[in-house]
Design a protein around this ligand. Structure first.
Ligand code: RTP
Ligand code: MG
Length: 147
């Protein structure tokens, strides 16, 4: 089953939006199989955003992501990577459709509440960075999809 890494960024936690975001994930039918509330270590933030290391916003991004607690999730389900990106909406809140998390709740690109892996390779890489050898749960939901 496809898994993706999702983060409720420090702005989402600080604004009290953890429940709102989790609710959208759960109600869609995706399964949360791991969850961790923590202040991200700087080394992990740099590794996580390594693709942006040369960009001017990188230092600010790393310092923001490590400034306060964020909620890390592993989310599972068929096509979970694509579905989570759709739930989050476009990176820039002005381009994010209403009905998406960023479209409904965000105003700034640098404070856009959520992250989700953008490919299978990224998902595997990011789950390893943030959950290492931690246990990923297996359980049934009453609405688990059948093939
Ligand atoms: P994310 O990685 O956080 O899920 O967001 P994304 O894929 O939609 O966007 P990405 O291009 O990967 O950018 C990563 C995060 O960096 C911040 N950013 N700031 N100031 C800027 O121009 C700028 N551009 C990007 C955003 O917080 C973005 O989510
Ligand atoms: Mg990204």
């Amino acid at each position: 089953m496809e898994r993706t890494y999702v983060m409720i960024k420090p702005d989402g936690v600080a604004r009290g939006l953890m429940g709102e975001v989790l609710s959208r994930i759960e109600k869609k039918g995706l399964k949360v199989v791991a969850m961790k509330l923590a202040v991200m270590e700087e080394a992990k933030a740099k590794e996580h955003y390594a693709e942006h290391a040369a960009r001017p916003f990188f230092p600010g991004l790393v310092s923001f992501i490590t400034s306060a607690p964020s909620l890390s999730l592993v989310v599972e389900g068929r096509d979970s990577i694509k579905i989570m990106r759709a739930i989050n909406g476009a990176t820039k809140p002005a381009e994010a459709a209403l009905g998406t998390i960023r479209g409904d709740f965000a105003m700034d690109t640098g404070r856009n509440i959520v992250h989700a892996s953008d490919s299978l390779e990224a998902a595997e890489r990011e789950i390893k960075i943030h959950f290492g050898n931690d246990k990923i749960l297996e359980y049934k939901r009453s609405d688990d999809a059948y093939l």
